[in-house]
Design a protein around this ligand. Structure first.
Ligand code: ZN
Length: 237
């Protein structure tokens, strides 16, 4: 392989490396994974709210149940008093107390019914949130697997292109190789152009007749008078 051919192949190799790196960064899975993570954070926030709601309902239920036990015991005690007393005044006062306790028992039962209904709703909500979380986790896992698959293939390709570039550089005159590398650094990764008719293949400028004649008479590898990249005038040395 001539030095010029090696240089052209190196340029092609570098273009593919740049393209592959860009492809890796731009994989749609990267965006999808980020979206899954944001979604999960949002769902976790909802889950915390549901847990708080559930705790609140449970606390209220347990408080009412304790009160209910006390009220039932009081009603039992009052009933025993009524059963053992025949004094009219005692009976009247105990009956009044009894009415109050029975009314409280009915209120508690009603409140408990409402709370139990609310508990069922909160439990349903918790199930829904858990399901959403499972779905988003599953989705993230799916995208991650695809990213590893595609990303792995791209990384392998980059590694083999980099090995190829090392082999090509070894075939190029070290001064020219150094110049090419410096130009790549300076000019967005493209250090080599070709003369295409009267144009530079990279900067597309038209080369004036005088300059063109000089290029055509000169060496196979020269320099673009406009963008100053290395320029292949002819592929033959
Ligand atoms: Zn140019």
């Amino acid at each position: 392989m001539s030095g010029i051919q090696a240089l052209l192949n190196l340029q092609e190799c570098d273009t593919q490396i740049m393209r592959s790196k860009k492809e890796l960064d731009g994989l749609p899975e990267v965006k999808a994974i980020m979206e899954c993570r944001a979604k999960r954070k949002e769902i976790k926030g909802k889950q915390d709210q549901v847990i708080e709601m559930s705790d609140e309902v449970e606390t209220k239920i347990s408080k009412l149940q304790k009160e209910e036990e006390k009220v039932i015991k009081k009603i039992g005690d009052l009933q025993a008093k009524l059963d053992s007393s025949s004094d009219y005044r005692v009976t009247t006062s105990v009956t009044r107390d009894m009415d109050g306790q029975v009314k409280r028992q009915a209120d508690i039962a009603k409140e408990l019914d409402e709370l139990l209904e609310r508990q069922i709703k909160v439990d349903n909500l918790a199930d829904q949130v858990a399901e959403m979380l499972e779905r988003v986790n599953h989705s993230e896992q799916h995208h991650t697997e695809h990213f590893k698959e595609k990303g792995g293939a791209i990384r392998d390709r980059i590694a083999s292109l980099e090995a190829e570039r090392e082999a090509l550089i070894a075939q190029i005159d070290p001064d020219i190789a150094a110049k090419y590398e410096a130009l790549r650094e300076e000019k967005n990764g493209i250090g080599l152009s070709r003369l295409e008719g009267e144009h530079c293949s990279i900067c597309r400028s038209e080369i004036l007749t005088g300059e063109l004649n000089k290029l055509l008479k000169g060496p196979a590898l020269s320099e673009c008078p406009n963008c100053h990249r290395l320029m292949v005038v002819r592929e033959e040395d």
